[in-house]
Design a binder for this molecule. Structure first.
Ligand code: ADP
Ligand code: MG
Length: 222
């Protein structure tokens, strides 16, 4: 489902990623680990089409992203990819269900249909009783559940999660991790999750390690 082929990315003439390659089979839940500054977020942003590599290519679902125009890339991203961030990135003035429904709003889906889809997704993440709460009325773990529901409401094939448990205490982090695992199993969605936490990484199907912008060699999967 995902192939990263010898991607290089420079910032200010420093190679932040150097010939980084990896591939993920459909339905895999993979951890991306590495020390701070090793290039994890840069790699995730390239895969998520938020940024472009200086050389190399990313292939998602058989489509090479290098040849996409920026409008095509945006459409491709909206259709196929969901993002989860460390700091949740919820809109504070919107309720839980409105936050979850937002990607559908951007797709032009009508309000009633948006609400139905958002409520179904909030139910899946265990927040049926919090649909009308705003982010400040929710705990950190609940906020991340809302963000996960938002990432999934468009039924993406791939979830990119950048340290989704980084702002949570370890017990809450493990609950979020369990939820991602469950969604991976139930929906078959492929997940690539950046984490610092070796215990979290161990719960994934695969651990991909990056060091100084290089993906460490690992055995081929499948
Ligand atoms: P990680 O997520 O593994 O902590 P990053 O991918 O965020 O690492 O960053 C890798 C390196 O690239 C760091 O040295 C960082 O300072 C640098 N970097 C990241 N983004 C930018 C940017 N937009 N401009 C300049 N340097 C950047
Ligand atoms: Mg990072």
């Amino acid at each position: 489902m995902l192939i990263v082929n010898s991607v290089t990315k420079y910032y200010d003439q420093n190679a932040v990623l150097q010939n980084a390659s990896l591939s993920l089979l459909d339905g895999t839940f993979a951890a991306l680990v590495g020390s701070s500054g090793s290039g994890k977020s840069t790699l995730l942003n390239l895969i998520g089409l938020l940024d472009r590599p200086d050389s190399g290519d990313v292939v998602i679902d058989g489509r090479s992203v290098a040849v996409l125009s920026s409008i095509e890339a945006a459409r491709f991203r909206n259709e196929l990819i969901g993002f989860v961030f460390q700091s949740f990135h919820l809109l504070s003035r919107l309720t839980a269900w409105e936050n979850v429904a937002l990607p559908l709003f951007h797709r032009g889906v009508g309000r009633a249909e948006r609400r139905t889809a958002a409520l179904a997704m909030l139910d899946r993440v265990g927040l049926s009783d919090r649909i009308g709460h705003r982010p400040e009325q929710l705990s950190g773990g609940q906020r991340q559940r809302v963000a996960i529901a938002r990432a999934l409401v468009t039924e993406p094939r791939l979830i990119l999660a950048d340290e989704p448990t980084g702002n949570l205490d370890s017990a809450t982090g493990l609950q979020v991790m369990d939820l991602l695992r469950q969604l991976n199993r139930d929906l078959g969605v492929t997940i690539l999750m950046v984490t610092h936490d070796r215990d979290m990484a161990r719960l994934c199907d695969r651990v991909i390690e990056i060091r100084d912008g290089r993906v460490l060699p690992q055995e081929e999967q499948g």
